[in-house]
Design a protein around this ligand. Structure first.
Ligand code: G3H
Length: 267
């Protein structure tokens, strides 16, 4: 496995993927409460970055609030089109997301791959579209329970990451999220050791494709049944740099507690 300099500091990222939950009014209330709760707790947003991923219809409201109140929160879309513009009913372009000051966009979530038949080629196209508009793609990869049994944990995520990077040739501001499909919404998270093993294999792909410097700076998140009670165990792993949180990101207190993992476990 390719070695990566351990001296590079990667700012942890805790990302909340709301999926198809919270309308634009609920989004405003949630973001206000989250920001107040974290500020009250003295959270250092430069030490652990926080981002939320509302439905598209909430983004304008979230942008307005974050901008007006100068909140130290990032936000982004849950998906993006690989196309620039045109006759693509229902699609949202990277240009539109960039205009709403999105910093990130989730790409290739297993729910998109499974429920909407999204292919590796489309994922690669979306990654390219995001980067072309200075959005940082959070590239999701992960194996199903069947993949795990047949191929082991790393093979499918590694192949998915290689495919997603097909159009990426230079230093790029990307994030990788390792989300075993069987762990999503199941209450059965991977063990920290499993997450670290796959994250290390994914970092080796980053070294091969993008070089050691970029690989050393790229954050790799774990996702799948992350809660305040297990986040610290993942964050202790050297190649895990944050979490992509689904269900637990919909509760302000629980999500704030995940963000504050350093505090409550003394990391
Ligand atoms: O994007 C988030 C993941 O799908 C994880 O969801 P979960 O935390 O509900 O398991």
């Amino acid at each position: 496995m390719a070695a990566v300099s351990s001296s590079v500091r990667r700012t942890p990222l805790i990302a909340g993927n709301w999926k198809m939950n919270l309308d634009h009014l609920q989004a405003i209330a949630f973001v206000q409460k989250l920001a107040w709760s974290l500020k009250d707790a003295g959270h250092d947003f430069t030490a652990v970055e926080v981002s939320v991923f509302p439905p598209f219809t909430d983004l304008r409201s979230v942008q307005t609030l974050v901008s007006a109140d100068k909140l130290p929160l990032a936000f982004g879309g849950q998906d993006v089109s690989e196309h620039e513009s045109g006759a693509y009913t229902g699609e949202i372009s990277a240009t539109f997301l960039a205009q709403l000051e999105c910093r990130y966009v989730i790409i290739g979530h297993s729910e998109r791959r499974t429920l909407h038949g999204e292919t590796d080629e489309q994922v690669a196209g979306k990654v390219a579209a995001a980067l072309a508009h200075n959005l940082s793609p959070i590239i999701c990869v992960g194996e199903t329970a069947e993949d795990l049994e047949v191929h082991g944990a790393s093979a499918v995520p590694v192949a998915q990451l290689r495919a997603a990077l097909a159009n990426v040739t230079s230093a790029a501001d990307i994030v990788v999220a390792y989300e075993p499909v069987w762990a999503i919404g199941s209450g059965q998270a991977a063990t920290p050791e499993q997450a670290e093993q796959v994250a290390a294999a994914l970092r080796a792909v980053l070294v091969e494709v993008l070089g050691e410097d970029v690989a050393a700076k790229t954050r790799i998140l774990y996702g799948g049944s992350v809660k305040s009670s297990n986040i610290a165990s993942f964050m202790r792993e050297p190649n895990v740099d944050g979490a992509l949180v689904g269900g637990a990101s919909l509760d302000v207190a629980e999500f704030a507690s995940i963000v504050r993992y350093q505090k409550h476990v003394g990391l």
